[in-house]
Design a protein around this ligand. Structure first.
Ligand code: 5AD
Ligand code: SF4
Length: 438
């Protein structure tokens, strides 16, 4: 989501005549987009911002701003920590960056003192409709933000505070954005939202028992040129049969789901205020696998939530192993200000969190390696995204199951669906040979 927001801001700035440079050192303006989900992410951003603002001593014209969740979360307090910041822009104000920047630059060009920090972190009605611009160049795969905010109150999570309450974009605007992307050559769309399957449940009606999100998926599936659809992240609550059946009905919907489990212990799920049981979570996966046996599933897990004891962790470990995830993000619990879990503190030690993290990582490595190895010898459809960083004239792309693949190819195939015969597998990637068809 932050990547998408940054890209939208960069596009707005380009439209105003700014150019985006490749190297931080050569920039006249540096904007940091920030995450508050864990404390470490905030510490990192503060460290980085401190390092950048120190450069102003050598280059007094340098303009430095912080945008996004940490700007929203810390607001004025950031100026105390970082008095040299010029802009602090909240999550509902990304679209205002060009105006704030140009006002700041205008007021800087006198001989007087440096203007005060511009702080804009208000709520703004309709701000969900402002993350819509994309760069002119073709994107093989594009993120599309369909909603903002979250009405859930998971006890560990700062997002409802930083992103505000749930607000959906009208589906007509989303569809026209995707049609424009398709015209420019985009083949793959990832729909983004904090709880994407809750899209517009309050604003738009269910039709023939289909949720507004399912109706949106159907419309995206009908867009010429779009070949693949993904979405992230859904919540188990509201993951109903109408959505499960989409995996049977909608050919462009990829066999891949990022499905946050958070914990395998019902006691901890309850303390986290995640309103489902591990049995319900598994049941949804069973239903999906009944329709698409080879679906790829990834998840988010938090280890070390307050009061997570050995039995709770064992429940997580066992669910994690029996489900067999293809990918997972495993997080060590971090206390977040203003959340309902904050008063519980952080009683689980860092060592135990580290140990639990490692247990899950070991399971994950085994299951993703086994899954990848099972693909050796098969031919997979890959959307070729571009040159691989590792060089050797290799290109990279992904399977429908979101597995990363390296292959030799040529520039003209970037943005195309190609067939690749898989020859090698590691836990995190596949390598293969392009299948030449006439
Ligand atoms: N501590 C650790 N992980 C967290 N997440 C959200 N809040 C916290 C927190 N306080 C994780 C959840 C979520 C992912 C985006 O970040 O697993 O799904
Ligand atoms: Fe945070 Fe829970 Fe909302 Fe996800 S569903 S953004 S974890 S409050």
């Amino acid at each position: 989501m932050n990547e998408r927001d940054s890209d939208a801001v960069a596009t707005l700035l380009r439209d105003k005549g700014y150019s985006i440079v490749n190297e931080e050192k050569t920039a006249d303006v540096i904007l940091l987009n920030t995450c508050s989900v864990r404390e470490q992410a905030e510490q990192k951003a503060i460290g980085k911002a401190g390092y950048i603002t120190a450069r102003k001593r050598r280059n007094p014209n340098l303009v430095v701003g912080i945008m996004g969740c940490m700007a929203q979360n810390k607001g004025n307090d950031l100026v105390d920590k970082l008095p040299d910041l010029d802009l602090i822009i909240g999550t509902q104000k990304f679209h205002r960056v060009p105006d704030h920047l140009s006002n700041f630059i205008k007021s800087m060009s006198g001989l007087g003192p440096r203007p005060n920090t511009i702080i804009d972190i208000e709520e703004e009605k309709g701000s969900q409709n402002t993350i819509k611009s994309h760069a002119e160049e073709k994107k093989v795969s594009a993120f599309v933000s369909i909603m903002q905010g979250c009405n859930m109150k998971c006890s560990y999570c700062i997002v409802p505070k930083t992103r505000g309450s749930e607000r959906a974009r009208p589906s007509s605007e989303i569809i026209s954005e995707i049609k424009d992307l398709a015209k420019k050559g985009t083949k793959e769309i990832t729909l983004l939202g904090q709880i994407v399957n809750q899209y517009a449940v309050r604003e738009f009606p269910f039709l023939e028992k289909k949720s507004p999100f399912v109706q949106l998926l159907e419309k995206v599936n009908a867009i010429d040129g779009i070949e693949r659809i993904r979405f992230t992240s859904p919540h188990p609550v509201g993951f109903k049969d109408d959505l499960i059946e989409c995996y049977k009905r909608l050919p462009k919907l990829c066999e891949y789901l990022h499905f946050p489990m958070q914990s395998g212990s019902n006691r901890i799920l309850k303390a986290m205020r995640r309103p489902y049981s591990i049995e319900k979570f598994k049941h949804i996966i069973e239903k999906l696998r009944a329709i698409k046996p080879d679906i790829y599933i990834s998840t988010d897990i938090i280890v070390g939530f307050p009061e997570e004891n050995e039995d709770d962790f064992e429940a997580t470990r066992s669910a994690f192993e029996s489900i067999g995830f293809d990918m997972a993000y495993i997080f060590k619990y971090s206390v977040r200000p203003g959340t309902t879990a904050e008063p519980k503190g952080d009683p689980v030690s860092r060592e135990i969190k580290e140990q639990r993290n490692q247990v899950l990582l070991d399971i994950l490595n085994k299951s993703s390696l086994a899954r990848n190895q099972s693909l050796i010898g098969t031919t997979q459809e890959i959307l070729l995204e571009g040159h691989a960083k590792r060089g050797n004239n290799m290109f990279t792309g992904r399977t429908r199951g979101y597995r990363k693949v390296f292959t030799h190819a040529s520039d003209r195939l970037i943005g195309e669906l190609v067939e690749v015969k898989i020859t090698k597998a590691t836990a995190s990637s596949l390598t293969g040979d392009l299948v030449i068809t006439n």
